[in-house]
Design a binder for this molecule. Structure first.
Ligand code: FPP
Length: 257
């Protein structure tokens, strides 16, 4: 008997996993690479290499199940303070993946975008990032948003400066500033806020990630270290999301309407 072909690229029906409501935007704090490596007697960089494999896995899963936006916290503004060898290792890992994933991202209809103070990175990485963003601009299967040299407070400073400049130029009255004005000046302008934020390795912190955008996001924390995060763990997080009632400050009865 012919069996349906199941390969890495086959769509996943959320209903087959008992998931009735899928988040459109999932954001992930990929934590625990260093501890994963140390717990195996390896150097931290080994954890980042395995973490990059988990990125590929999560991206493939998200696309196949129908998540529309996936934001990954890959390098924070504060990560610049790590030992230079680790920073260099992370940068070369990033560069390697920007090059090696180019064709696959294009073939799969994935749009690559970044958020953060990218200009702090080396000119060769900035060029590679801008080139990949441009190359995949027309894709609309899934937006992969990688947070690089990113900090939530720094993003709000950036947005405030842009708004203040318009006020100073007489283009905008302070009274006309609304929450939408701030959203429009963040790095994620035009991208809906995350519905679900997953954090691995058990830490109950937001760690300067998407401070503005997470206002009504459902949070899910798992003890799994990022390099071990697989489809099964992703499904558990989606189940948890499916079971939540999002109220956006209203009562349970109001939110049902
Ligand atoms: C957090 O673990 C992880 C990072 C700071 C880096 C994340 C980078 C990758 C997964 C690889 C590159 C990404 C792409 C998009 C190709 P940690 O080092 O803070 O771990 P610890 O808390 O156990 O020390």
């Amino acid at each position: 008997m012919l069996r349906p072909r199941r390969d890495d690229d086959s769509p996943i029906n959320p209903l087959d996993h008992g998931i009735h409501r899928l988040p459109s935007h999932v954001a992930i704090i990929m934590d625990g690479n260093g501890r994963w490596a140390r717990s195996r007697g390896n150097v931290r960089l080994k954890g980042h290499h395995e973490g990059a494999k988990a990125v590929r896995r999560a991206l493939s899963f998200a696309r196949r199940i129908g998540v529309r936006y996936l934001t990954l916290y890959a390098f924070s503004e504060q990560n610049w303070g790590r030992p230079p060898a680790e920073v260099e290792g992370l940068m070369s890992l990033l560069m390697k993946h920007i090059r090696s994933e180019r064709d696959d991202l294009q073939d799969k209809g994935i749009r690559f975008r970044t958020i953060g103070n990218i200009d702090k990175m080396s000119p060769s990485i900035v060029t590679a990032i801008r080139d990949l963003e441009e190359h995949t601009r027309g894709n609309d299967e899934l937006d992969l948003i990688v947070a690089l040299s990113y900090g939530g407070r720094e993003e709000l400073v950036h947005a405030t400066r842009q708004i203040a400049a318009r006020v100073a130029a007489g283009e905008l009255s302070p009274d006309a500033i609304t929450a939408a004005t701030i959203s429009d000046n963040t790095y994620t302008a035009g991208i809906p806020d995350p519905d679900l934020m997953i954090r691995t390795s058990g830490e109950m912190r937001v760690s300067n990630f998407m401070l503005w955008q997470l206002a009504y996001t459902e949070l899910y924390v798992t003890d799994i270290y990022w390099p071990d995060f697989n489809d099964e763990h992703f499904i558990k997080a989606l189940h948890s999301y499916d079971s939540r009632q999002r109220r956006f400050g209203l009562t349970g009865d109001q939110a049902k309407r």
